[in-house]
Design a protein around this ligand. Structure first.
Ligand SMILES: *[C@@H]1O[C@H](CO)[C@@H](O)[C@H](O)[C@H]1NC(C)=O
Ligand SMILES: *[C@@H]1O[C@H](CO)[C@@H](O)[C@H](O)[C@H]1NC(C)=O
Ligand SMILES: *[C@@H]1O[C@H](CO)[C@@H](O)[C@H](O)[C@H]1NC(C)=O
Length: 532
């Protein structure tokens, strides 16, 4: 009797230990361990450079929304210019093309376009015989031009009625070229230079048109990231993913044109896969309506940053946060919600951003008392301390810093050693200072093992990766690598790990696959039963 009783007690204790083992050894994020995450970039928010082939089949695919073009009259050898960047007449009198001579495309179809100046006005022409000015605030018929293109990038521009635009002798543009121009040197022929491009969700969807875009994106969303990737991440000790999403996910199935539904189902899949592997998810609102930074990954149409200019955009963004929080708050794989990726310091003032962050925090808290609410630092010249002084929320808040030794001219000429020193001198001291500041935890939410060093050796890359991991591991919330998969191999986490360019520190966490772990538990239970 006594023996039987003590056996039951032992079995009970064993079970307690086993359930502890199952419950706490998968991802100890709630305990002492920190986020070691990878971004799922270029998946539910498109960036052409991550997977260029997505854009391959668009006709006139180098003339998408936001493409920057310049026009040079072949007879005058002068560039078309919007005086003062827009709002005035158009002249054909510049030798060196700069901002005033650069126009952003709005694509109507593969050969029909509107042209936007740096100050935001559209080229307009009221009809046959009229001059072209840069004075329209929004585009409709008079701002819509038909473009013919020759193989050597010579173009003709005509009105809907068929009249060709020419560079007239008094250096202006007029809709009065007689007849049909050839491709010889004539006043209606211009050389077109493409000097900038954007390849985001807007460009892809508007470039293909709805049906074809839907087909392309469906395939991409189903194949670019799969459960196998979560297996890979799990086996390499990654305990979280940061998943960029676009605002249109909140009206999935039928989002406003040109955006394409279906990203919600993919996000649901990611949560299921993550849960199966004990990986946590951070949802990151990467693209907000109106665009918060003008970049392709904010789904901007032409590089304009409008998010902060309209209370409607901001309240629409809060609705997206509410949608995401209400849908995923109870999901066991949710770790946090990042309210807005990379708002531009030059365009988005702190007194617009902070009230938005405060409201977003409250909305997430309505649905979850524990989900982390993440505030991204403004990109450009802004000090992340501004978000510590702002008192945005009282519990489980995080500030996200993006650390690239790229994009800023300061890094262009650094040697590999100087890059490493920069991580220690500048990044490490910032992380230490923020770690000890009162308030949000610190998250290096984007970083990459790439730099502007030509032909770095394997050992150079290994050093750079080791130093970054060493320094970012100290961030109180953790870090997230940008990005899981990328055509540029050093940006590709899987490539970098497989090829040993990025050496994740051994011993921090080495997981078995869940299947193996479960079978080990069953084995232990079996042993316990036999013993009882
Ligand atoms: C624009 O051009 C027209 C025709 O050349 C001219 O009459 C007008 O004064 C110009 N306006 C400005 C603001 O330069
Ligand atoms: C790398 O440096 C070159 C100048 O050497 C610069 O033109 C380029 O933009 C830099 N690339 C990045 C991604 O910062
Ligand atoms: C880098 O390597 C490429 C090919 O491996 C070579 O063509 C190029 O000259 C090298 N550049 C420098 C700066 O060493």
């Amino acid at each position: 009797m006594e023996l039987l009783f003590s056996k039951w007690v032992s079995a009970f204790l064993l079970c307690c230990w086993l359930s502890f083992f199952i419950g706490h050894s998968v991802v100890g994020l709630n305990g002492n361990s920190r986020v070691r995450a990878v971004n799922l970039g270029g998946w539910l928010v498109i960036e052409g450079w991550i997977k260029p082939s997505l854009f391959d089949d668009i006709p006139n695919g180098d003339m998408l929304d936001g493409t920057q073009v310049q026009f040079k009259s072949v007879t005058m050898q002068k560039y078309v210019s919007a005086q003062n960047g827009g709002g005035l007449n158009v002249t054909v009198d510049r030798d060196d093309p700069l901002e005033w001579e650069t126009f952003k495309l709005w694509r109507v179809s593969e050969s029909v376009f509107q042209f936007r100046t740096t100050e935001g006005q559209f080229l307009t022409c009221s009809g046959d015989g009229s001059i072209v000015t840069a004075t329209a605030e929004s585009p409709s018929d008079s701002e819509t031009f038909y473009l013919e293109r020759n193989f050597n990038n010579r173009v003709h521009i005509k009105l809907k009625g068929g009249t060709y635009i020419q560079a007239s002798n008094d250096n202006i543009l007029t809709a009065d070229f007689p007849g049909t121009p050839g491709w010889d040197d004539n006043a209606a022929t211009f050389e077109m230079m493409v000097v900038g491009k954007m390849q985001g969700d807007y460009q892809l969807a508007n470039g293909y048109g709805h049906d074809k875009a839907k087909e392309i994106l469906k395939k991409h969303r189903n194949s670019f990231i799969t459960v196998d990737d979560f297996d890979f991440l799990y086996r390499h000790g990654i305990n979280a993913v940061r998943i960029p999403v676009g605002w249109w996910i909140a009206s999935d199935s039928n989002p406003p044109a040109p955006f394409i539904g279906g990203s919600l189902e993919a996000l649901d899949n990611a949560f299921s896969w993550a849960q199966a592997y004990g990986i946590k998810c951070i949802i990151d609102l990467h693209a907000a309506p109106g665009s918060q930074n003008g970049m392709e990954h904010s789904a901007s149409r032409d590089g304009t940053v409008n998010w902060q200019t309209s209370p409607e955009y901001i309240s629409q963004t809060l609705d997206v946060i509410e949608f995401l929080a209400s849908r995923y708050a109870v999901h066991p794989a949710l770790l946090g919600i990042e309210l807005l990726n990379e708002p531009s310091a030059a365009d988005v003032p702190l007194d617009v951003l902070v009230p938005f962050y405060k409201q977003g925090y409250k909305i997430v808290r309505k649905y979850s008392t524990t989900a982390y609410v993440i505030f991204c630092q403004r990109i450009g010249s802004a000090d992340p301390f501004e978000l510590y002084q702002a008192n945005i929320g009282s519990s489980n808040t995080v500030v996200d810093l993006h650390y690239y030794n790229l994009f800023d001219r300061y890094f262009d000429k650094l040697t590999s050693l100087e890059n490493v020193q920069f991580i220690y001198k500048s990044r490490q001291s910032q992380i230490q200072a923020l770690n000890s500041a009162n308030g949000p935890l610190v998250f290096v939410g984007e970083w990459v093992n790439e730099w502007n060093v030509t032909n770095g050796s394997l050992a150079d890359y290994q050093d750079f990766g080791r130093v970054q991991l060493d320094v970012y591991n100290a961030a109180s919330f953790g870090w997230s690598y940008w990005t899981l998969k990328c055509e540029k191999k050093h940006w590709d986490f899987e490539w970098s790990v497989r090829n040993n360019y990025l050496q994740l520190q051994p011993g921090v966490y080495v997981g078995n696959s869940p299947r193996k772990r479960i079978s080990r538990v069953i084995l232990l239970l079996g042993v316990a039963c036999i013993w009882i």
